[in-house]
Design a protein around this ligand. Structure first.
Ligand code: EPU
Length: 325
């Protein structure tokens, strides 16, 4: 038995077994099948943030449940969204209904259920800013509601990354009736002359920024940023400033956050594709499958980048997507 694992890097990859889940009952049923087969169970969405090996010794459930419910609690608009819904469709739906907050997260590929796992973020906004709770199906098939603080959110991290046994079945978001656009990122500011207009205009602007900078996974297979932006000590950052006149560096909790894209660019990786894997020209943090790449090819390329960035700058780059083995 084998089950092809959908993934936007277009890697040939199969789980030992798998199935589609259109409801929490399906999740329970599939988990029982996995238990009967003695396989670890994992749910995925559209495969836009995973790097699966050629053979994955797991049972993989692809979440396909649908549904968006809106309600108001103590004057605050909420949406309760099934894991299998498309993330970008949710962003445009909310903007069109006057439910605000998610605009800067437009065009992030993938499903709603996958969004909290890596705590998706862009242009100064993270999904964790809006999460009220996440409904999961636990390893015993029981429904549990995790509050925002139970989810262990930080930059591109959550408790779900290390607990694949918790299957996200729906996400509850607390949004706003007021449109308070977050425009402080230079790329975003540059899109507007004087005023931003309405939420739909901001969604359109973010969409065009991303379309200019990032490859469409449907055309050039990729999983977005392949590495996290590293956080280093003040002394490492100062040392690096001597090498880079224009080092991109932001003070964050725990140190100085650098731009992985800048380090990779500076090391010359944009000009060093293999015949199968390369860095995207407009955003070298994104590794692309140039045709026929296997997981080994992608990992070998990523490892070579990590080793060189470490040797040149003393900075360890961590992988951003989840590896499935
Ligand atoms: N840069 C270069 N060379 C390039 C491109 C960029 O040196 O060819 C440098 C520039 O100095 C630029 C800096 O990289 O100022 C940052 O680039 P960008 O604004 O594109 O942001 P990023 O830090 O590289 C992060 C997220 C993206 C998100 C953008 C916008 C991570 C790992 N990535 O990228 O998220 O869209 O910010 O907020 O945090 C993703 O997670 O898949 C993703 C695309």
């Amino acid at each position: 038995m084998s089950y092809p694992i959908p993934n936007t890097l277009n890697l040939p990859a199969n789980a030992q077994a798998g199935g589609l889940a259109t409801s929490i009952e399906d999740v329970r049923r599939l988990r029982e099948m996995a238990d009967d087969l003695g396989l670890p169970f994992r749910a995925i969405g559209a495969g836009s943030n995973i790097v699966p090996e050629y053979e994955v010794a797991e049972f993989v459930a692809v979440m396909k449940n649908r549904g968006v419910k809106t309600n108001v609690k103590q004057g605050v608009p909420h949406v309760d969204v099934a894991a299998g819904e498309n993330w970008h469709d949710l962003v445009t739906y909310c903007a069109s209904k006057g439910l605000h907050g998610l605009e800067n997260l437009a065009l992030i590929p993938g499903t709603v259920g996958a969004a909290p796992i890596q705590n998706i973020g862009a242009y100064g906004v993270e999904i964790s800013d809006f999460i009220e709770s996440v409904t999961v199906c636990d390893e015993h098939g029981l429904k549990q509601i995790l509050s925002q603080s139970d989810c262990g959110f930080s930059y591109r991290e959550s408790t779900f990354k290390t607990q694949p046994e918790l299957v996200v079945v729906s996400v509850q978001l607390a949004l706003s009736r007021e449109f308070n656009p977050r425009l402080d990122y230079p790329d975003v500011l540059a899109e507007f002359d004087r005023s931003v207009g309405d939420a739909n205009a901001l969604v359109t602007a973010i969409t065009s920024i991303r379309q200019r900078k990032l490859p469409d996974p449907a055309i050039v297979p990729n999983v977005g940023s392949f590495f996290k932006n590293p956080v280093v000590t003040v002394s490492i950052a100062s040392r690096l400033r001597e090498k880079f006149k224009n080092l991109v560096a932001y003070e964050v909790q725990g140190g100085i956050k650098l731009s992985a894209a800048q380090l990779i660019d500076h090391a010359g990786w944009k000009d060093r594709p293999t015949d199968k894997v390369g860095c995207w020209q407009q955003q070298p943090l994104v590794l692309v499958n140039l045709g026929g790449a296997t997981t080994e090819d992608v990992i070998a390329y990523a490892t070579a980048i990590q080793q060189e960035v470490l040797a040149l700058y003393g900075v360890q780059l961590e992988l951003e997507p989840s590896l499935l083995s």
